[in-house]
Design a protein around this ligand. Structure first.
Ligand SMILES: Cc1cc2nc3c(=O)[nH]c(=O)nc-3n(C[C@H](O)[C@H](O)[C@H](O)COP(=O)(O)OP(=O)(O)OC[C@H]3O[C@@H](n4cnc5c(N)ncnc54)[C@H](O)[C@@H]3O)c2cc1C
Length: 498
C-alpha cells in the first residue's frame, strides 16, 4: 500500500518528501520498535494527520557517519527523565512537527562494568519544552517541503519515551531507514509514467524539419529508455514490497537499498531526458520539467547517499559469500577431496567457456519461453559474477572493505542482477496470466536484460586484476594528482613553451 501511495504522491516531490518524512521515517521508529503504550499514545494522532512527525539524526558534523552524532541525553538523578541537548540539521518537517524521533548519545554501563557512550532513540514532543527550529532552508529542489535545523536545549524526555533499549538507537535508526527506502522505486516510476504522458503528447504534436518529433529515432529512444526504467524500478519495488510483507519481517535491507540506488539514478536521468524532449521549453519555469529536475536530485543524497548504499550492498553480499567460501576452504584444509574437486572442476569448466544452466528456463523452468534469452543471460551473469566474487575475496581478504572502486562495481552488478530478476519474474507472470499488453512487458524486459548483461560483463572484466578494462589504479592516480594540488593541473590548450 505504501508503494502504491508513493506512485501518486511523487507527482509532486515536495508532497512526497513531506509525507515520507512523516510516515517512512518520522513515526516509523514507534511503529517498528515502540512499546504498546507508545503506539497507543502516539500513533492515532500521527495516523490521522493531527500530529506531524520528523526524524532527527543528521547533525552539522555527522551525515553519512551517523554513529558520530554529538547530541546528548543525560539521565536525571531521580532516573525519571533524560535531559536532551544538541542540534540537528536538514530535518524534513522540522518546523512543522509535533513529534520527533531523536537520536542522541547516552552513557550506559557496559556488560564489563565500563561506562560507554551509545546512541539511544527518543520520542520527543515539541511540548516538552526547549525545542526550537531555524528558518526553512533555501534549497535547490523540493522547495515546498520544510527542511530546517532543530535545536534541543535541556528538553526533558521521560524515560518511557525511549524507543527500544537504551543504547540500541543506532540499530533502530538503520532499521527505520532500511524499511522506507524500497518505496523510492514505485515513487520514481509514478513520476516517470507521468513524464511519459506529458512528453509523448508534445513529441506527437511538435513539428521540426516537417516531421513530428516522435518520428525521430533519437526522440523515440528516449521514450523506450523511460519506459524500460519505469518498468524495471516498479518491478523491483513491488518484488521487494512483497518480500517485506511476508511473515516474520524478513530482512530486505539490501534489496531496499538496491531499489533506492537504481530508482534514484533512473529518475534523475529520465527527468533529464524528458526535459530534453521539450528542448528550450523544458528549461523554462513556465513548464514543470525544471522543477522535476531540481526535485529529483535529492533522491541520490538523502535516505542514505548512493555511495554509502553501494558500499552497504556490496559488503553485505560479500560478507555472506565470504562465509560460504571460508566453510569451503575449511573443508578443503580438512582434506575433503570432494569439495576440492568440485572447485577445481568449476574453474576448469569456466576456463573452457561453460554453458551455464541453473534451470531457470526450459521445461521445468519458471521463466516464460518468450523470456528465455533474458533468463539465460541472467544465469550466465550470476555464474561468472559468483566466480569473480570468489576471486576478489581471495585477492583482498578483509581489506576488501577499503577497495571502494571494486565494491562499487560489485554493487552495480548485484543491482543489475536484482533488476533483471524482478523484471523477468514480473513479465513471466504477466504473460502467463495474460495481462493486457504483456508483449510490451516482454519487450521492455528483453531490452533491459540485454543491456544489463553487457554492462555486467564489462564490470566483471573491470574486476579482473590484470584486465585492460581495469583502470582503477589510473583512476586513483589521476584523483590523487588533482587532490594534491586541489585544482585541475593540465596546462591550458593555448599555453606555449616557446
Ligand atoms: C533536503 C534534505 C532533507 C533531509 N532530511 C533529513 C531528515 O529528515 N532527517 C535527517 O536526519 N537527515 C536529513 N537529511 C540529511 C541527509 O540524510 C544527509 O544529507 C545525508 O545523510 C548525507 O550526509 P551529508 O550531507 O552530511 O554528506 P556527507 O556524509 O558529508 O557526504 C558527502 C559526500 O561524501 C560521500 N561519502 C561520505 N562518506 C563516504 C564513505 N565512507 N565512502 C565514500 N563516500 C562517502 C557521500 O556519499 C557524499 O557524496 C536531509 C538532507 C537534505 C539535503
Amino acid at each position: 500500500m505504501y508503494a502504491r501511495l508513493g506512485e501518486i504522491t511523487s507527482l509532486d516531490g515536495s508532497i512526497a518528501v513531506t509525507l515520507a518524512a512523516h510516515q517512512a521515517i518520522g513515526l516509523k521508529g514507534i511503529l517498528i520498535a515502540g512499546t504498546d503504550e507508545q503506539k497507543a499514545k502516539y500513533l492515532p494522532k500521527l495516523a490521522s494527520g493531527e500530529h506531524i512527525a520528523a526524524f532527527c539524526l543528521t547533525e552539522p558534523g555527522s551525515g553519512s557517519d551517523a554513529a558520530s552524532i554529538q547530541t546528548r541525553a543525560t539521565l536525571s538523578e531521580d532516573g525519571k527523565y533524560f535531559l536532551l541537548n544538541g542540534s540537528k540539521v536538514w530535518i524534513s518537517n522540522g518546523g512543522l512537527a509535533n513529534i520527533f524521533t531523536v537520536f542522541a548519545r547516552t552513557e550506559i554501563v557496559d556488560k564489563d562494568g565500563t561506562l560507554k557512550d551509545k546512541i539511544t532513540a527518543f520520542i520527543v514532543e515539541r511540548d516538552f519544552g526547549g525545542v526550537t527550529h531555524g528558518k526553512p532552508e533555501d534549497k535547490l529542489g523540493i522547495r515546498g517541503s520544510n527542511t530546517c535545523e532543530v535545536h534541543f536545549e535541556n528538553t526533558k524526555v521521560p524515560i518511557e519515551n525511549v524507543i527500544g533499549e537504551v543504547g540500541g538507537g543506532f540499530k533502530i535508526a538503520m532499521n527505520i531507514l532500511n524499511s522506507g527506502r524500497f518505496s523510492m522505486g514505485s515513487a520514481s516510476a509514478g513520476m516517470i509514467k507521468k513524464l511519459i504522458e506529458m512528453t509523448a503528447e508534445y513529441a506527437c504534436t511538435r513539428k521540426q524539419f516537417n516531421k513530428k518529433l516522435s518520428e525521430f529515432g533519437l526522440i523515440q529512444e528516449k521514450f523506450s529508455f523511460m519506459a524500460v526504467k519505469a518498468y524495471v524500478m516498479e518491478s523491483m519495488a513491488y518484488l521487494t514490497a512483497g518480500m517485506m510483507d511476508r511473515p516474520g519481517f524478513p530482512d530486505c535491507s539490501v534489496e531496499a537499498a538496491m531499489v533506492k540506488v537504481f530508482s534514484s539514478e533512473g529518475a534523475w536521468t529520465c527527468v533529464s531526458e524528458a526535459l530534453q524532449i521539450l528542448g528550450g521549453l523544458g528549461y523554462m519555469k513556465d513548464y514543470p520539467y525544471e522543477r522535476y529536475l531540481r526535485d529529483t536530485r535529492i533522491l541520490l543524497i538523502f535516505e542514505g547517499t548512493n555511495e554509502i548504499l553501494r558500499l552497504y550492498i556490496a559488503l553485505t553480499g560479500m560478507q555472506y559469500a565470504g562465509k560460504i567460501l571460508t566453510e569451503k576452504i575449511k573443508e578443503i584444509k580438512k582434506g575433503n577431496v570432494g569439495v576440492a574437486l568440485e572447485e577445481f572442476l568449476s574453474k576448469f569448466q569456466d576456463m573452457m567457456g561453460r554453458k551455464v544452466d541453473y534451470g531457470l528456463v526450459g521445461e521445468r523452468g519458471v521463466v516464460h519461453p518468450s523470456l528465455e534469452a533474458s533468463g539465460k543471460k541472467l544465469e550466465e551473469n550470476i555464474h561468472y559474477f559468483g566466480t569473480s566474487v570468489k576471486g576478489l575475496l581471495s585477492r583482498f581478504g578483509k581489506t576488501i572493505v577499503d577497495e571502494q572502486l571494486v565494491l562499487k562495481r560489485v554493487a552495480d552488478i548485484v543491482i543489475n542482477l536484482y533488476a533483471m530478476t524482478a523484471a523477468i519474474s514480473r513479465a513471466s507472470r504477466s504473460i502467463s496470466i495474460g495481462l493486457r499488453n504483456h508483449d510490451h512487458e516482454v519487450l521492455l524486459t528483453n531490452i533491459f536484460c540485454t543491456e544489463a548483461y553487457f554492462k555486467n560483463n564489462y564490470a566483471i572484466a573491470q574486476l579482473e586484476k590484470y584486465a585492460d578494462e581495469n583502470l582503477d589504479d589510473s583512476i586513483k592516480k589521476a584523483a590523487k594528482q588533482v587532490l594534491e594540488k586541489r585544482t585541475y593541473i593540465c596546462s591550458h590548450p593555448l599555453d606555449r613553451t616557446f
